[in-house]
Design a protein around this ligand. Structure first.
Ligand code: LRH
Length: 490
């Protein structure tokens, strides 16, 4: 088959990338064209996304594609979950979208549950309650009498809003919609009653389209400016985690995954949503995957902790290379300070290092004082949290979990991979680190007819990238540390 190239826009909550992917003779090749920051924009007391700056970066990337002299078959966009843009009746994007770490949703779920009880919301959606879910963001805006919400006639989730800027067409893609806590995973449709209870008209959310849907083509302006012509823009798995899970190089279903980035998303792939008293109590989520799969998973606060520490240290004039961080962590004393990465105090503190120190003091531990001790504390605590959450999945999975696939940027950290394997006691398979972009590209390839199925996608990925295996070692030390971790984190 003739080779084909695709452009992926892959946006996380701290940075974005444009990647050119080429499928040549059953092998995938990738080239990063551009990388750009995606910082929350603080305006007054609020945190927003600068969607217009992202659009500018998209234009720069299109110009880079032109320089490559390759014809791209399509463009796909994936982003982090839950956030959205408000669109006016005349199609104008209203203001800058709120960022999910904005504190305006603090306490909103509890207020919402006075209208519809928590159990019912979970029963209808199977989505873990987190105050930033789109449902509570919309409710918060409504409660505040937000004038942009009043002027809006439509809601577009981030990947769909960006696709709208590229094409002028509006769609609501299924996997990103599934992060909203408004969608019913059984009917795969929005639950009007949830919106009505928030005071939002159900007409604000359009018809859902599945990954593979052709959204449109570049607008005339962009086609001319970029000199690329009317390139099709297709809906991929618009939720970055869904694109990442599609790129897991698994050979069979008996695996758990950890999509490791700012968040650590740990879960399993199942056919139907799992919603029962236990999953409700655990606050586990059922997000939509491709080909009718369900991503049954749990959000764990991941590299956010380290990213925030690094930001602080950078302000003090110290920047560390990744390898150096690994080396530092190895040199610090073992299991001295353990934290619950999901503790509310780490959600968006003014100082992450202070939040960690405060947590350790409050839990009667020696607080980290050197940078190396902070890094070790974060890596060890994450490994132990992974063990805790994986244990729950082992109990709930309809199959035996034989291995953990670690994908995403965090999979490039050999020390964390080894510590994770030690903590969980089963093999860790690390890679691809570019899972979100690979999933994005492979879904485009499937849409273009180059690939038939999810399992063929995964086979191509297995054959195109290097996967590293980490076998558990030093189990005894880790078991003792786990007992300490359980006591501290309750
Ligand atoms: C990871 C992610 C995660 C969501 C969070 C808001 O990037 O998409 O799956 O829960 O961002």
């Amino acid at each position: 088959m003739k080779n084909k190239s695709f452009l992926a826009f892959d946006l996380g909550a701290t940075s974005g990338r444009s990647i050119l992917g080429t499928l040549d003779n059953g092998r995938l090749q990738m080239k990063e064209l551009t990388r750009f920051p995606n910082q929350m924009l603080q305006i007054g007391d609020h945190f927003h996304w600068n969607i217009y700056s992202l659009f500018e970066h998209f234009k720069v990337a299109l110009a880079e594609v032109k320089k490559e002299c390759v014809e791209i078959s399509s463009i796909g966009i994936d982003t982090w979950g839950v956030d959205f843009a408000l669109i006016a009746k005349d199609g104008t994007i209203l203001g800058a979208p709120y960022a999910y770490r904005d504190p305006h949703t603090d306490g909103m779920p509890e207020k919402y549950f006075e209208i519809i009880p928590r159990e019912k919301v979970y029963g209808l959606t199977g989505i873990q309650v987190m105050n930033f879910n789109s449902l509570y963001q919309l409710f918060a805006l409504k409660q505040a009498g937000n004038s942009l919400l009043e002027a809006a006639s439509e809601v577009l989730f981030m990947p769909d809003a960006l696709a709208y800027l590229l094409t002028g067409n509006k769609v609501v893609e299924y996997t990103i919609a599934s992060t909203s806590q408004i969608l019913n995973p059984r009917t795969k449709q929005f639950e009007s009653q949830l919106l009505e209870a928030a005071g939002i008209s159900p007409s604000m959310l359009g018809e859902i389209v599945m990954p593979g849907h052709r959204i449109g083509t570049l607008t005339d302006d962009l086609a001319d400016e970029s000199e690329l012509g009317k390139v099709p823009v297709v809906a991929v798995a618009g939720h970055d985690t869904a694109s990442a899970v599609a790129a897991i190089p698994a050979e069979n279903e008996r695996f758990a995954y950890l999509s490791s980035g700012t968040w650590s998303l740990m879960g399993i792939e199942v056919k139907d949503a799992i919603i029962n008293d236990e999953t409700y109590a655990l606050n586990f989520t059922n997000e939509g995957g491709i080909e009718g799969t369900t991503r049954f998973l749990k959000n764990i606060t991941g590299m956010w902790l380290l990213e925030q520490c690094l930001k602080e240290w950078k302000r003090e004039g110290i920047t560390y290379a990744y390898e150096k961080l690994v080396h530092m962590a190895e040199s610090a004393p073992a299991f001295q300070s353990l934290i619950d990465s999901d503790h509310a105090s780490f959600a968006n503190p003014v100082s992450m290092t202070k939040a960690i120190v405060d947590y350790c003091i409050a839990s009667g531990q020696t607080a980290p004082s050197t940078h190396a001790e902070f890094v070790r504390c974060i890596f060890e605590s994450l490994s132990l949290r992974y063990k805790y959450v994986l244990g729950k999945f082992i109990n709930l999975a309809p199959f035996t979990i034989e291995k953990l696939h670690v994908i995403g940027g965090g999979s490039k950290n050999p020390l964390l991979n080894q510590w994770t394997a030690n903590a969980i006691g089963i093999p860790v398979l690390a890679g691809p680190s570019e899972a979100t972009a690979i999933g994005n590209i492979m879904i485009q390839a499937k849409t273009a007819g180059c690939v038939d199925s999810l399992s063929e996608m995964r086979q191509i990925i297995r054959e195109s990238i290097q996967i590293e295996e980490f076998l558990p070692e030093n189990k005894g030390d880790w078991e003792a540390a786990y007992q300490k971790f359980l006591k501290i984190t309750g």
